[in-house]
Write a protein of this length. Structure first.
Length: 197
């Protein structure tokens, strides 16, 4: 093996170590409390090495989200909505139960994402792009007659913002809400955005 591919392999291994260290630190301390020092210490790297790969811890969190394939998993769940013949409240409630399990499986990373959106302008800006992707996903489901009107965009934005915040308060902060009632309320709210009339 020549020196160049070996160097590239070493860079790749170091980058993965930083991502894994960031993941562990975000899981353990959250986004706000995690520092670049925490990440490099866990990875056995140095600050200059960190900054050779990332500009900020927000970029590390984004890399963690990509590595966990959270957006791809969410897109797979959207496919389950698309497969519904009729998006009844009962069917949507079953879907929200699936979404709740997904959220719980990645609870601490969802917590880190919420924190980063509040304290890190760079990360929050990137989330606006994902908001448009979210709206486009719901457009593609096909349960709304006119997906180009402002009412649909507003409804999608509200579901994105309120749904995410609701999950955060309920599952991360542990606000005592009956699970069946919670998924039912979410299903009713989503169902209202999918009506054709």
């Amino acid at each position: 093996m020549s020196i160049k591919p070996l160097r590239e392999l070493q860079k790749s291994v170091t980058r993965e170590a930083l991502i894994d260290a960031g993941h562990a630190s975000f899981e353990h301390k959250g986004y706000v409390e995690t520092t670049v020092h925490d990440i490099v210490r866990r990875a056995g790297a140095s600050r200059p090495t960190f900054y050779a790969h990332f500009d900020s811890k927000a970029q590390v969190l984004e890399a963690v989200v990509r590595k966990l394939q959270l957006r791809e998993e969410y897109q797979r769940m959207i496919e389950h909505v698309r497969a519904m013949k009729e998006p009844t409240v009962d069917a949507l409630q079953a879907w929200f139960e699936e979404y709740t399990c997904f959220y719980e499986k990645n609870l601490r990373i969802h917590e880190a994402i919420q924190q980063a959106q509040v304290v890190d302008r760079e990360f929050a800006k990137a989330q606006i792009q994902y908001l448009q992707e979210f709206i486009d996903l719901w457009k593609s489901v096909g349960f709304v007659a006119d997906t180009d009107n402002d009412d649909f965009r507003l409804a999608a934005l509200m579901m994105y913002a309120l749904g995410g915040r609701f999950m955060y308060l309920w599952l991360v902060h542990g606000i005592a809400i009956d699970r069946v009632k919670a998924t039912r309320a979410l299903a009713v709210a989503l169902h209202a955005t999918l009506r054709r009339d």
